[in-house]
Design a protein around this ligand. Sequence first.
Ligand SMILES: CC(C)(COP(=O)(O)OP(=O)(O)OC[C@H]1O[C@@H](n2cnc3c(N)ncnc32)[C@H](O)[C@@H]1OP(=O)(O)O)[C@@H](O)C(=O)NCCC(=O)NCCS
Length: 386
Amino acid sequence: MRDAVIVDAIRTPGGKRNGQLRDWHPVSLAAFVLNTLVQRNDLDPALIDDVIMGCTMQVGEQAMNIARNSVLAAGWPESIPGTTIDRQCGSSQQAMHFAAQGVMAGAYDVVVAAGVESMTRVPMFSSWTDIGNPWAPEQLARYSLTEAPNQGIGSEMIADEYGLTRLDLDQFSVQSQLRAALATKEGRFENEILPIPIDFGDGVKLATRDEGIREGTTTETLGTLKPSFVEGGKVTAGNSSQICDGASAVLIMSSQKAAELGLRPRARFHAFALAGADPVTMLKGPIPATAKILAKSGLTLDDIDLVEINEAFASVVLVWQKATGADLSKVNPNGGAIALGHPLGSTGTKLMATLLNELERTKGRYGLQVICEGGGMANATIIERI
Ligand SMILES: CC(C)(COP(=O)(O)OP(=O)(O)OC[C@H]1O[C@@H](n2cnc3c(N)ncnc32)[C@H](O)[C@@H]1OP(=O)(O)O)[C@@H](O)C(=O)NCCC(=O)NCCS
């Protein structure tokens, strides 16, 4: 069977809500990433068979197939199509799966998987309009609810279920901040972050750093924050992923095509898995997704050199760790969404950029990426560095 390889993976720096990326229309942001991707690989965009883009809030500036709009805004040939994926927080990880699977099946030779979300300009839940409730009466009855489940409450439920304390969540979050600060200081994100021009009226500057990192975070400062979702609860702004703007993209092709184009493959897609779990607690999907992908690939967690699991909430990672027994020293070694932000639709391809670069830096072989998703689902991907 044909293989699918990653030639490059890039991302914007994360922008805080109303922060450094606030003036970027999400279509323009995604178009900027697409253009940077082809420019730095000296690739003629006309060779790209499709652009598959994750985006969760497909409304307003992100409505009407943002993948195709980004292709047109990038100035690429009209012959290049685009399609937009909603797998909630794993949308661009799913875009990557479809892209790689399309290459392996022979449907594509060269394809871009990408993701974008401006949580500033198109806030979370803005696609849930007054036109109606996305949860039908049958679903509400099935789960004895009066409204669709909330992920913040889910994060409290799973923390309780696994006996996690507020201090457990805060300690993990401090570690995320410190790891992200160190990784930034050591330049570990430099190859994946594309400098992006911003102008707040005092001349154009290049944004090169993730804006959300708070280097001075301690368990004492986090301990003062009020619970965000449940009175008397444990989940706060400090141990949740940050609202974030960003875009990212991965260039995928067959190894044969890469050789033909004189491009160096950096990793090969090794395995894919999907899982569905209880949609009310919502955030435990990474546990069965990890079990499935390990079973499919014949690998164990000991064979995996690095893991990127999305820090939607600290409880997601800690619950997953308790269930799988994973060694946290090789999990999110450069911090995660608690420090760096979680730009929903962009997070899948963003985490892949980080996983790939860190696998290269540490000369690891296998990397696992897993993301929990609204509706109780999860995507898992294993790549092998070449
Ligand atoms: C948790 C959440 C609701 C918090 O939102 P918010 O209250 O607007 O968050 P803010 O960034 O304004 O932070 C709130 C306060 O905590 C403080 N804070 C946050 N992180 C901190 C840190 N590491 N150290 C010290 N203080 C911190 C902020 O300074 C702010 O203080 P202020 O009110 O005095 O200004 C929001 O981040 C969220 O919804 N996150 C999850 C996103 C999500 O669900 N994604 C999908 C996953 S399934």
